[in-house]
Design a protein around this ligand. Structure first.
Ligand code: ADP
Ligand code: MG
Length: 403
């Protein structure tokens, strides 16, 4: 049960940017079972989410409903405003980080600061709402069967637009997304904060440096042709990419520019043409130190996922990226394997996730089916043929003749 608001806030004094709200007793939904509890994914009910927004952020909630989430919990929240604050945003996203991620509040804090820094620099990222105590986040402690679990909660402004995944994506939009990814990495070089060192996330499974760590999850693939491809990619990564990391230019990566984390808004020009523009960059949870070439590889992989003609996609994204940050020969030479590596990370972790959460199987398998097909196609064509397409497209943009 959720403790009454008066008792729930604050029972523990605020410590620096993190303040703690303690809920006494069980704060899981009735459908919650011990397996989810063990997996550390939060399972707050809508009523509990609403109570949190009111007690931690001081808003009166008029409507709340769940948003999709991978291993955190997100709610879309509408607030009603008193007349004197009528001009503030009315829609927010309540983000409740899973218990594992919540063990690293320093990482979450720096993510929030980066979201704000990018917004100030003109990127379409959310604003991070202050708590009543003036912090960027708060910690909710949940007590169940005498074990306490803590979750970091944040409230972000709701951004307009539809996810790339739901739209037909033009070459121009792919180019723009590639360009935005490069500008983002470049802008992050100006970010200064002592907490930034927490983004050196050693052995973080979603950093492309961590591809060899996938070996521990290969059992989830059974004995299949897919497994054989993944094993080869890991081997090639160790041989041909890991040995070149010192030649790549380092930067902070967003690390997850996927087709659900980029929102698009369409508008009409004076001449009546429709223009698509990125209206939201979401989900900074996987940020870590990597390299420019990692960001473009990750973006290419996710833009390929929903495409009916996936191979050429890479050329347009690369061209946009290189209009801001031209890659070096060493970085270009690793791009193909890095795109294959990101497919492997995504597909192996989806298979592993399926084993842990069989109820999500249908959802995970639909995306995975397309992903495996694309990876097989990349692999069958081979590096030279794919590079010819990607680099040829990028060259045509550079010479002003777009394909
Ligand atoms: N600030 C926001 N504005 C609009 N929609 C959002 C916002 N934050 C999250 N969403 C929606 O919720 C989904 C999941 O949120 P996200 O931050 O990407 O978490 P996850 O780590 O679970 O992918 C997004 O794909 C998007 O549809
Ligand atoms: Mg996301």
């Amino acid at each position: 049960m959720l403790a009454p608001e008066a008792e729930a806030y604050p029972t523990t004094p605020s410590t620096g940017p993190m303040e703690v709200v303690t809920f006494v007793g069980e704060a899981m939904s009735s459908g919650e079972d011990s397996r989810s509890w063990a997996l550390a994914k939060p399972a707050f009910t809508e009523a509990q989410a609403s109570a949190l927004v009111e007690s931690v952020f001081g808003f009166r909630v008029s409507k709340v409903w769940p948003l999709p989430s991978y291993d955190d919990q997100n709610f879309h929240v509408c607030v009603s405003r008193s007349q004197d604050a009528a001009d503030g945003p009315a829609e927010y996203v309540l983000k409740i980080s899973n218990a594992e991620a919540s063990k690293h509040p320093d990482v979450i804090d720096v993510q929030s600061r980066i979201i704000e820094f990018l917004r100030a620099a003109g990127f379409p990222t959310a604003s991070v709402c202050r708590t009543k105590a003036g912090g960027l986040s708060s910690v909710v402690a949940v007590d169940r069967d005498s074990s306490v679990r803590s979750y970091v909660v944040r409230l972000l402004t709701y951004l307009p637009g539809r996810p790339v995944a739901e739209l037909p994506v033009s070459s121009q939009l792919l180019y723009d997304i590639g360009r935005l990814a490069a500008k983002l990495d470049k802008t992050l070089e100006e970010f200064r904060h002592p907490g930034v060192r927490s983004l050196r996330r050693e052995d973080f499974i979603w950093n492309l440096k961590s591809v060899p760590l996938l070996e521990q999850y290969l059992d989830a693939l059974g004995q299949s042709r897919n497994r054989a491809i993944v094993e080869q990619v890991i081997q090639l990564f160790k041989q041909d990419v890991r040995t070149k990391l010192s030649e790549f230019r380092e930067c902070i990566n967003h690390g997850d520019l996927n087709d659900h984390n980029i929102l698009i808004q369409s508008s009409k020009t004076a001449s009546g043409d429709t223009v698509d523009q990125v209206s939201g960059i979401l989900d900074f949870d996987d940020m870590s130190y990597g390299y420019y070439v990692f960001e473009v590889a990750i973006t290419i992989m996710y833009m390929m996922i929903e495409s009916k003609d996936p191979i050429p996609v890479g050329g347009h994204v690369l061209a946009g990226f290189e209009s801001v940050i031209p890659l070096t020969a060493a970085e270009r030479g690793s791009l193909f394997l890095l795109v294959c590596s990101r497919f492997c990370q995504s597909l192996v972790m989806a298979a592993h996730s399926c084993q842990l959460n069989p109820e999500n199987r249908d959802y995970l398998m639909v995306t995975a089916k397309t992903g495996w097909r694309h990876l097989q196609q990349l692999f069958e064509m081979g590096q030279a043929a794919v590079e010819e397409i990607w680099f040829g497209t990028a060259k045509s943009y550079a010479s002003g003749v777009t394909v």
